[in-house]
Design a protein around this ligand. Structure first.
Ligand SMILES: Cc1ncc(COP(=O)(O)O)c(C=O)c1O
Length: 291
């Protein structure tokens, strides 16, 4: 058991042993990743707090005026009707159009209609529910977002294997991922690709994307089932000379039935819409077309 979960349980032994005994095995294993909590606490006393996950300026939280404006123009009939579980159909279509516009190499016939999720965290949980069995391997860069461990390892008992994305000189490298994929021997690989990367902000160049995608293709050609989960939480926050389409787009161009591209993106960071908690789950389809 994770020491953080153990610590929480130890507190319950003293405070509420009855509740501890009511918790399921999973409930007793849950914890809040320490990095997120302790960093936020530490950051409170600093001048610049880079841990809050929100964009701010000296006036407070940043948001899009156009989004704020929406609230003045919606009628109650547009706000209150029950939304279907997969999300409001118009929203799904609009998001799909947005994806296609921003990703000129992405074909409409290569993707599903996006399913609306309760932001990216929920999308990641759904992906884990759908695709992860005990002991499956999740490939993650050593620099990764703390909640992946909770979602994939604690909840679903997957093994987390990490690879470096920076060399000894601090330069981005694809070498470690490529050699991990070239030497991968199991039936199924679940690869989480998160660019711009949390916590480093790095986004690969076109050439680096090509190298990553070719390694995925080689692995699939050997018969491994490859589930590529693209976490695009920070999509659009690009700098310098990088590949500005989602790496999901590049993966949907691979013609292999052994590859399943999945994209998770949403309004949280892209539209500075921190509290709306609206995300999308989209599957790549091109590999499934009838031969
Ligand atoms: C890499 C990454 N993925 C997912 C999320 C969660 O996004 P959301 O708040 O939309 O659930 C975050 C939030 O910080 C993140 O950094």
């Amino acid at each position: 058991m994770n020491p953080l979960a153990q610590h929480l349980n130890d507190q319950l032994v003293d405070d509420s042993p009855e509740i501890l005994s009511m918790l399921s095995r999973l409930g007793q294993s849950m914890f809040y990743p320490k990095g997120i909590l302790s960093q936020s606490a530490e950051a409170k006393s600093t001048k610049y707090n880079a841990t809050i996950g929100m964009a701010t300026n000296d006036k407070g939280k940043m948001y899009a005026d156009t989004l704020f404006d929406v609230y003045n123009h919606l009628s109650p009939d547009e706000i209150f009707p029950y939304a279907p579980p997969q999300g409001i159909e118009t929203l799904r279509d609009l998001w799909q159009q947005k994806m296609l516009k921003e990703n000129p190499s992405l074909k409409a016939s290569s993707i599903s209609r996006p399913i609306v999720t309760n932001a990216l965290t929920h999308g990641l949980s759904l992906v884990a529910d759908l695709f992860v069995n005990d002991e499956d391997t999740i490939l993650l860069p050593t620099h990764n977002w703390g909640n992946y461990k909770l979602i994939f390892n604690t909840r679903h008992n997957a093994n987390i294997e990490t690879y470096a994305i920076f060399d000894q000189d601090g330069h981005y490298t694809t070498n470690s991922l490529v050699s991990t994929l070239d030497n991968f021997k199991q039936y199924k690989a679940i690869i989480i690709l998160n660019y711009p990367n949390n916590p480093t902000g790095y986004t690969p160049t076109q050439e680096e994307v090509h190298t990553i995608v070719s390694a995925i293709e080689r692995l699939a050609e050997k018969g491994t089932k490859v589930i590529t989960v693209v976490d695009d939480a920070y999509y659009g926050l690009f700098y310098e000379d990088v590949y500005t389409q989602s790496i999901f787009t590049a993966i949907t161009q691979l013609d292999s039935k052994n590859i399943l591209p999945i994209r998770l993106d949403g309004a949280t960071k892209e539209f500075f819409a921190w509290g709306l908690r609206v995300g999308f789950l989209t599957f790549g389809l091109n590999n499934q077309k009838a031969k």
